[in-house]
Design a protein around this ligand. Structure first.
Ligand SMILES: Cc1cc2nc3c(=O)[nH]c(=O)nc-3n(C[C@H](O)[C@H](O)[C@H](O)COP(=O)(O)O)c2cc1C
Length: 279
């Protein structure tokens, strides 16, 4: 039955309220069913190893300055990012620091309800030194990338995935986060979904702060085109689907200020039309 807008709003408000204690059945974990993998297994043997010496890429280590400067950056330098910068951002957002118990959970650089970490990170790469334009999947347990497929027109494909927001076509790389529901449902059943959406906010907040620390900028993007983003990352849209995106590039404060002024002067529909600035 199709809901009218008022009913949909009511339903969505209810979704935001805590369902804990209202589960009708035990979760699969309580039923002692096998635990799903901690991370999505690699799809091939191809690997791009990533460095773990992060200190040399840091350009700002003063935490107060990082907090003060954190802002959404949508307009970037045209120069490429380095693989070491990308490696740092991947580790800062989903890097694994330890395993809890006998492969029961990963402990990462972000918190997660029940340590489920029910996300995968995909990259739509446009301009990163040492990487061909294409889609890549991050393997947190190995701290490596696996190539998923080439991108013929990365700017256009990134813009399409973020619902036609043209500014995103100027990024060096777009981060796309998928949700793997069963990883969280196994433990939390019907309470899993609200927790996961809270969790993914931590991931992108770390991305904002990590970008500030290395002279990069990002902007959180919830307005994605679901089928396009899922197809871009080659996920099935049911057992795994994209929930959040974040284009990233080298900071250009002046360009960003001009671009943001243009963007904020528009209505929501017209702001999609603000293109990357040329300099
Ligand atoms: C959950 C979330 C979704 C967002 N989605 C978009 C988006 O689709 N497009 C966009 O241009 N900005 C998006 N933003 C960025 C906000 O517009 C931005 O954070 C806000 O204007 C405040 O600016 P500041 O981040 O510079 O403080 C999003 C931010 C968040 C946290």
């Amino acid at each position: 039955m199709e809901l009218n807008t008022e009913e949909q709003i009511r339903r969505n408000r209810d979704f935001c309220k805590s369902p804990f204690g209202e589960e009708r059945e035990p979760s699969d974990q309580q039923k002692q069913l096998p635990q799903p993998p901690l991370c999505k297994p690699a799809q091939s043997d191809r690997r791009i190893p990533l460095g773990q010496d992060f200190r040399p890429v840091l350009t700002q280590t003063d935490f107060l300055t990082i907090l003060e400067r954190r802002a959404s950056q949508r307009f970037y330098k045209d120069a490429p990012m380095t693989l070491d910068q990308l490696s740092f951002l991947l580790w800062a957002t989903q890097g694994v620091k330890a395993l809890r118990g006998n492969h029961y959970a990963t402990l990462r650089t972000v918190p997660s309800g029940g340590a489920r970490h029910a996300f995968e990170t995909y990259l739509a790469v446009q301009r990163v030194q040492g990487l061909d334009a294409g889609v890549y999947h991050y393997l947190p347990l190995e701290h490596a990338l696996e190539p998923i497929g080439p991108l013929e027109d990365p700017a256009q494909q990134i813009v399409a995935a973020v619902h036609g927001q043209k500014w995103a076509g100027g990024c060096a790389v777009a981060f796309l986060y998928s949700f793997v529901p069963y990883r969280a449902e196994w433990r939390y059943s019907t309470s899993a979904h609200r927790v996961a959406l809270i969790d993914v906010g931590h991931v992108v907040q770390n991305l904002y702060l990590a970008c500030e620390a290395i002279g990069c900028g990002t902007c959180a993007v919830a307005a994605i085109d679901q089928p396009v983003a899922d197809a871009l990352c080659q996920v099935d849209g049911d057992e795994e689907f994209i929930v959040y995106a974040a284009p990233v590039g080298l900071s250009d404060p002046e360009k960003n200020q001009t671009g943001n002024q243009q963007l904020y002067a528009q209505t929501i529909a017209q702001s999609n039309e603000v293109s990357p600035l040329k300099k």
